[in-house]
Design a binder for this molecule. Structure first.
Ligand code: BGC
Length: 804
């Protein structure tokens, strides 16, 4: 069945993203939108005729390829771990004989069209250009990063002179003279991470470049093979060139007016981070030698994408909605694909598309995993294995802090130690600000949450028993050790919540806040689930785990006690306080910022004025509301009841209405969190936020810093909200619960999902949510609807009326 029932509800236009004119000022943003990748490496959609300059930033990044270098920042030595910009494999430049090399920026552009074809996973740029001598040339460039063979990528250039005939040259090179310079805020950091090991010609039309990262010594090799066809056939001559950090070939072509010549540049990129490549240079040479021609490569690549799209299986009748959802799925899958499972890499917040946050892994995976759990369980599992392999580092971090269990780092890269830089630069006044965001201990609960939901959705007991349970129990143990008794309750001090504008109390010397509601309640959630998990595992497994972790009854009783007596602070009117003392801060008046600072980051603007966001009731992003996004109304109110606090539905709304005007949404995760939290309470507002989130990376007016990478968390959450909140499909310990609440405006949508090895399709139509069990399912699919249990045999369908 897969997604065929709903196929192409909105037609083909929802498969493409197009630009119909060249805008050099927008290129670095488009490079990210048009980036291509296969879960092993991603290449930005930069022009082939430029290096790094103020308009272009060619970048290629390999999953998990970080390097550590020392930096002198704010007078202190700090080691920064950064995702490394690898050699540029794109260079492919043209010139008429003896002329200057053509650069798009220096030509007259008469026609221009560039498009991303998401279905086929490729980009096409078509240009009609004219040089100063009036020579006109049609140029078509096609590009792909193979999803079929994750070592390969390719460019094909078609050249058609419009009003001239003559000799021309094409130069195709690999270029290692690249640095990390994508992010302006990082200009004071060391930008060099690569040492060139070799740049050579390795046979007719073949060049090989190999580099090594400076500290971590990862080796990356690129091999290129050039092939010319079309009008120049037979008469082509090729000359090799290799010098400092560059190598490749120059091809002489005889071009004829009106005739099309084509050149294919096939490149293999292999790294020592991939266990399949013991010798990356040999692997790259072998891959490029065995690579088929562009058409065959493209055909196989398209087939690999077709299989993945069949599993994505999202359809909607609104083309704008469908295009954005596909765009989100596309970039998630270019960052993590079935190929990533062979590597040891997490889910970076901004994709492998740019250098924002140095490519680090945060809690954002939490927002991406629901999409993967229900469609690509192997990819989801691989990202959790990245966390599990770093459990030792998390245990060590807890021990070093005088705590127990596992304390995962807020920002993680290669080793799983904390990599949050010590300072951040305020670009408005040049000040280096101390970065306290590492205090976001809620990361641990995010990992526990992802582990739990992966298990509930996939039924992967082996993973839970071998790896997941250990992580969850150790994270729970950490919460029990950081929670301190205070009177008849427990408190958690010295942390910060998701809202990074509040790091310290204006009235207290040391940084960190007390009783952040999101942290405390997610700690309670983790403690409860860890205990519940022990009851759900086979008794023998649970007992052996407990023995291995020395988890005795007394410790479990403490977990239970804390989960009943954790502190949550409230304001007088019953609003949940973001942290203890939030109401004592000064109200924030956005109009207090002078006009020249009004559009700037609020924390920077306040500091530039000699003030500090810590003093104000202004939050960067949803914080308390993250609880309702993640857990839903019933679970949060249930937990509050368990803790002895009365809190009802109207209090949730009151809490949301209190924080909304105090939130400046300076994280792409802010609106989506409100969106999910308000799905039932305020569907119209939720819908507005959802539409806004769909445009995070596509609309230049709505997204920020897209040129530094996509916003994977926001991308994943638009899909999570659609399936879990709007269609109301969630995996629970009791089974697959269906409780739809689509907002007005959603229209027809259809999702194909996998739940515990069974496939189903959920589709809104004619006031109903229809759930169909795939005809190929091995057994019945059990659904929960209120108190009712519905069993769907393979091929059966049930229709549930949607609430009005
Ligand atoms: C947000 C975090 C997020 C990070 C990476 C920050 O701006 O405050 O919540 O994890 O970006 O996306």
């Amino acid at each position: 069945m897969r997604s065929d029932a709903g196929r192409d509800m909105a037609g083909d236009s929802a498969w493409t993203i197009e630009f119909d004119h060249y805008d050099p000022g927008d290129e670095t943003r488009r490079e990210v939108i048009l980036a291509l990748g296969n879960g092993v490496f991603v290449t930005r959609g930069a022009v082939t005729d430029s290096g790094q300059d103020d308009r272009h930033y060619p970048g290629t990044y390999h999953a998990g390829c970080y390097d550590r270098v020392p930096n002198q920042v704010a007078g202190e030595r700090d080691i920064t771990e950064s995702l490394v910009n690898l050699p540029n494999w794109l260079p492919l430049v043209f010139r008429p004989a003896a002329g200057a090399w053509w650069r798009l920026d220096e030509l007259g552009i008469l026609e221009y069209r560039q498009r991303l074809d998401m279905r086929g996973g490729r980009t096409v740029r078509e240009v009609l250009a004219q040089d100063r001598d009036g020579r006109r040339l049609r140029i078509e460039e096609e590009r792909l990063v193979s999803m079929d063979d994750p070592r390969l990528c390719a460019l094909r250039l078609r050249l058609q002179p419009v009003n001239w005939t003559g000799q021309a040259e094409l130069k195709a090179t690999l270029d290692a003279r690249v640095i990390n310079a994508n992010v302006r805020r990082f200009e004071d950091y060391e930008k060099r991470h690569l040492r060139v090991l070799g740049a050579e010609l390795a046979g007719p039309g073949v060049a090989l470049l190999s580099v090594q990262t400076s500290d971590r010594r990862a080796t990356v090799a690129c091999a290129q093979r050039l092939h010319a066809g079309g009008a120049g056939d037979g008469g082509n001559e090729m000359a090799g060139c290799a010098n400092e950090g560059q190598c490749g070939h120059v091809l002489r072509l005889a071009l004829r007016e009106g005739e099309c010549a084509s050149v294919e540049k096939l490149v293999a990129l292999c790294s020592s981070l991939d266990p399949r490549h013991a010798d990356p240079s040999a692997a790259a040479l072998e891959a490029v030698a065995g690579a088929p021609d562009f058409d065959t490569l493209q055909e196989r690549h398209a087939r690999a994408w077709e299989r993945m799209w069949a599993d994505v299986a999202i359809e909607a009748d609104r083309a704008d909605v469908l295009r954005a959802l596909r765009f989100h799925a596309f970039h998630i899958l270019q960052t993590v694909s079935p190929h990533t499972a062979a590597l040891d890499a997490g889910i970076p917040a901004r994709g492998w598309h740019g250098e924002a946050y140095h490519g680090h892994v945060f809690w954002d995976e939490l927002f991406v995993l629901p999409f993967l759990n229900f469609r690509f369980p192997a990819i989801a599992r691989a990202s959790l294995m990245y966390r599990h392999r770093r459990l030792g580092a998390a245990r060590e971090a807890a021990r070093a802090a005088g705590l127990r269990g596992a304390m995962y780092p807020w920002r993680s890269a290669s080793e799983g130690v904390e990599v949050t830089p010590r300072h951040q630069k305020n670009l408005l006044n040049g000040e280096w600000m101390r970065d306290h965001t590492w205090r976001q201990r809620h990361i641990g609960s995010a990992i526990a949450f992802s582990t739990w939901h992966y298990w509930l959705t996939t039924g992967d007991d082996a993973f839970m028993q071998d790896c997941g349970a250990e992580m969850m129990l150790e994270i729970a143990r950490f919460w029990a050790s950081i929670a301190e008794p205070a009177g008849d309750r427990y408190v958690i001090r010295g942390v910060i919540g998701p809202d990074e504008y509040h790091n310290a109390y204006p009235w207290r010397e040391e940084a960190g806040l007390d009783n952040n509601a999101c942290t405390n309640l997610m700690a309670v959630w983790t403690l409860c689930r860890a205990r519940e998990l022990l009851g759900m595992l086979p008794a023998e497994q649970a007992a052996s785990l407990r023995r291995r972790l020395a988890l005795d009854d007394e410790e479990l009783a403490l977990w239970d006690r804390i989960s009943r007596r954790m502190t949550v602070c409230f304001h007088e009117d019953g609003v949940i306080s973001q942290f203890e003392g939030f109401e004592r801060l000064e109200p924030f008046d956005p109009d207090c910022l002078p006009p020249h600072l009004a559009g700037e980051r609020t924390d920077w603007a306040l500091r530039a004025l000699g003030r500090n966001p810590d003093e104000f009731q202004v939050t960067k992003q949803a914080d308390v509301l993250a609880l309702f996004y993640l857990l839903g109304e019933d679970e949060v109110t249930g937990m509050l009841r368990r803790l002895g606090y009365a809190f009802g539905r109207e209090d949730i709304l009151r809490t949301a209405r209190y924080y909304l005007p105090r939130t400046v949404h300076r994280s792409s995760l802010s609106r989506v969190v409100y969106c999910g939290a308000l799905a039932r309470l305020d569907p119209a507002q939720s819908w507005d936020f959802w539409l806004h989130a769909l445009e995070t990376d596509l609309n230049p007016l709505k997204g920020e810093s897209v040129q530094e990478g996509v916003h994977l968390g926001a991308m994943g959450s638009t899909i999570d909200i659609l399936q879990r909140r709007y269609l109301g499909i969630s995996a629970t310990p009791q089974g697959l619960r269906i409780d739809p609440a689509p907002p007005p405006g959603l229209g027809r949508v259809s999702l194909g999902l996998r739940y515990r090895g069974l496939r189903l399709q959920a589709e809104t139509r004619d006031g109903c949510l229809a759930i169909t069990a795939d005809g190929g399912n091995a057994g019945p699919l059990h659904l929960l609807r209120g108190e009712e249990r519905i069993a769907l045999s393979p091929g059966e369908c049930v229709e549930m009326p949607l609430p009005h």
